[in-house]
Design a protein around this ligand. Structure first.
Ligand SMILES: [Ca+2]
Ligand SMILES: [Ca+2]
Ligand SMILES: [Ca+2]
Length: 229
């Protein structure tokens, strides 16, 4: 078997320097995505030059990780790239434009698949998109946290009309605690943290009281243990 390594790949007039291992798979996914009309229902264009909150990041993540296995495989990632980069309805796209987008997208995939395993994990997507500074850095570790700070945390992570954090909002909140503790963002980490969180606060409802309970030094240590396992 030919070992993976940098090669020059040609398809028609398109030449790309890339590793041999995933070239065909990438090309096939991109071709399929270009054949399909329209986008996936998420407007990513407005996010191209914007700093995302961690809740917005998690909403993007869960929109594209359709099978929720913690990775964006090429087929999921290609749809993400199309929504992010392709400026017009692909039914009118020219062969030359497809060639250019394909070249640009493969380059982005090569750059951001940091461990070169042919799929994208949360931390790799976070490095591709512009993610805000960790909102919890200024609060975790403080001697006392005011009610105003707790309310600010709730409203920062909450994205809807309720007064609780759940779904992607909760993954964002727990992900920021994990990042504060020096961990890499990943679905297994946020899932383990969420399970432990619900044990610690004794309820599925994460409101201001639950946030206050979680952010004590003792409970941050308990969460750290769940991340380490
Ligand atoms: Ca997936
Ligand atoms: Ca990867
Ligand atoms: Ca909410």
């Amino acid at each position: 078997m030919r070992p993976p390594g940098p090669v020059s790949f040609s398809k028609g007039s398109l030449t790309i320097n890339t590793s041999v291992r995933f070239v065909e798979e990438k090309m096939d996914c991109l071709t399929d995505v270009f054949k399909s009309r329209g986008g996936s229902g998420m407007n990513l264009k407005k996010m191209r030059n914007k700093t995302l909150t961690s809740t917005e990041f998690m909403q993007v993540w869960f929109h594209y990780d359709k099978d929720m296995n913690g990775y964006l495989e090429y087929v999921e990632f290609c749809q993400f790239m199309k929504d992010l980069f392709v400026k017009k309805d692909t039914s009118n796209i020219t062969a030359k434009e497809v060639e250019k987008y394909t070249r640009d997208m493969i380059e982005i995939m090569e750059t951001h698949d940091e461990n070169n395993d042919g799929k994208f994990e949360m931390s790799e997507l976070a490095n591709l998109l512009k993610l805000e500074r960790n909102f919890l850095d200024k609060t975790i570790g403080q001697q006392s946290i005011t009610d105003k700070q707790i309310k600010a945390i709730l409203s920062h992570y909450n994205s809807n009309a309720d007064s609780t954090i759940e779904g992607p909002e909760l993954h964002a909140f727990i992900g920021d605690i994990a990042r504060h503790l020096g961990l890499k963002l990943s679905l297994p980490v946020t899932e383990a943290g969420i399970m432990r969180t619900k044990e610690i606060v004794g309820t599925d409802t994460i409101d201001t009281a639950a946030i206050r309970c979680l952010l004590t030094a003792e409970n941050i240590q308990k969460l750290k243990t769940s991340f380490d396992n």
